[in-house]
Design a binder for this molecule. Structure first.
Ligand SMILES: Nc1nc2c(ncn2[C@@H]2O[C@H](COP(=O)(O)OP(=O)(O)OP(=O)(O)O)[C@@H](O)[C@H]2O)c(=O)[nH]1
Ligand SMILES: [Mg+2]
Ligand SMILES: [Zn+2]
Length: 301
């Protein structure tokens, strides 16, 4: 039976790219899979059969290396966290939340700051530029690659292409930050739909409505996804937030108390590191805020 890769899922159909010919077959899922509670995701490698009407049926999902529920994708190994520097403005708390999510899922992440061409002149622009530089320095010091780009001017794309090659990459970020625009700039000939941010709401309109894998020239794939800004720790099944802050990890086991929350306990290595300026105050503050949020969601369940 033929094997392939699901590149898109839309209106009950799975679009499966055949491994040998590279052509795409429109497939239905098999009822039996639904009974087993299995539901195919974009990124899944599957075995399918051809049906009489020229379509196909997904028979079996091959074992997954990873699965994300937000955005829904299987087998991704690199998350591309896209943030615009203006419209919408860069939010480090949201960036840290996405990082908690990817660390928990065991995915490596790169950070792409985009719309650099849109920074205004004058004092406001100078302040934005300083914030961008500080963010770049902070996240690079944590070991994340940070790329500064403009999809409109086509700048900063070559080093990003190198980082994405050969991976199954998934884009994530708020609506309107420019994920689809970035993909269009990275892949020659691609024309994904993009849209002006709604003036009234000051936020994106959710132009992209489905997850789709796009082949990269240098090998590998990049998934465009609908934007989202809400991440619920309970939904994600995250239980230990401190282990998702990578700079806390080597410190936590030096705390005096096991299960230290790093908020008030004596002889806490994380608090000590924060006092000494070895942990950025924004990172620590976001940790505390996530911890509070996590406790509240747990209480509700
Ligand atoms: N000036 C400038 N505008 C950009 C850039 N990238 C994207 N935009 C604009 O930002 C708006 C949103 O871009 P999209 O690519 O549709 O954003 P998205 O992240 O795919 O949004 P969703 O599909 O809703 O999640 C569009 O008006 C784009 O033209 C850029 O590098 N510079
Ligand atoms: Mg989009
Ligand atoms: Zn501690």
């Amino acid at each position: 039976m033929p094997e392939g890769l699901i590149t898109k899922a839309l209106s009950g159909y799975y679009y499966v790219q055949n491994d040998e010919g590279g052509h795409t077959i429109q497939c239905r899922g098999r009822g039996i899979m639904k009974q087993r509670g299995q539901s195919p995701l974009v990124g899944d490698r599957v075995i399918y059969t051809l049906t009489d009407n020229g379509e196909g049926a997904v028979e079996r999902i091959l074992p997954r290396k990873s699965a994300l529920i937000r955005p829904a994708i299987a087998n991704a190994d690199l998350a591309v966290l896209v943030f615009s520097v203006v419209r919408p403005e860069l939010s480090l708390i949201l960036l840290d939340k996405f990082l908690v999510h990817t660390e928990h899922a065991g995915l490596d992440a790169v950070i792409v700051l985009t719309k650099l061409d849109r920074i205004p002149d004058g004092e406001v622009g100078d302040q934005i530029r300083r914030n961008v530089e500080a963010a770049q320095a902070l996240y690079r010091s944590l070991g994340y690659k940070v790329f500064l780009t403009s999809a409109h001017q086509g700048t900063g794309l070559e080093p990003l292409k190198l980082a994405l090659a050969q991976h199954i990459n998934v884009c994530a970020g708020q609506s309107g930050v420019g994920k689809s625009s970035l993909l269009n700039a990275l892949v020659p000939g691609l024309t994904l739909e993009t849209n002006e941010i709604s003036m009234k709401l000051g936020r994106g309109k959710h132009t992209t409505r489905h997850v789709e894998l796009i082949s990269l020239q240098g090998g590998g794939y990049l998934a465009d996804t609908p934007g989202f800004s809400q991440l619920d720790f309970a939904e994600l099944g995250i239980d230990e937030i401190d282990s998702c802050f990578r700079e806390f990890r080597p410190l936590s086991h030096q705390c005096k108390f096991r299960g230290c929350s790093h908020t008030h306990e004596p002889s806490c290595a994380v608090l000590d590191a924060k006092e000494q300026g070895l942990i950025a105050s924004s990172r620590y503050e976001h940790y505390v805020s996530f911890l509070t949020e996590w406790k509240e969601t747990r209480r509700r369940y």
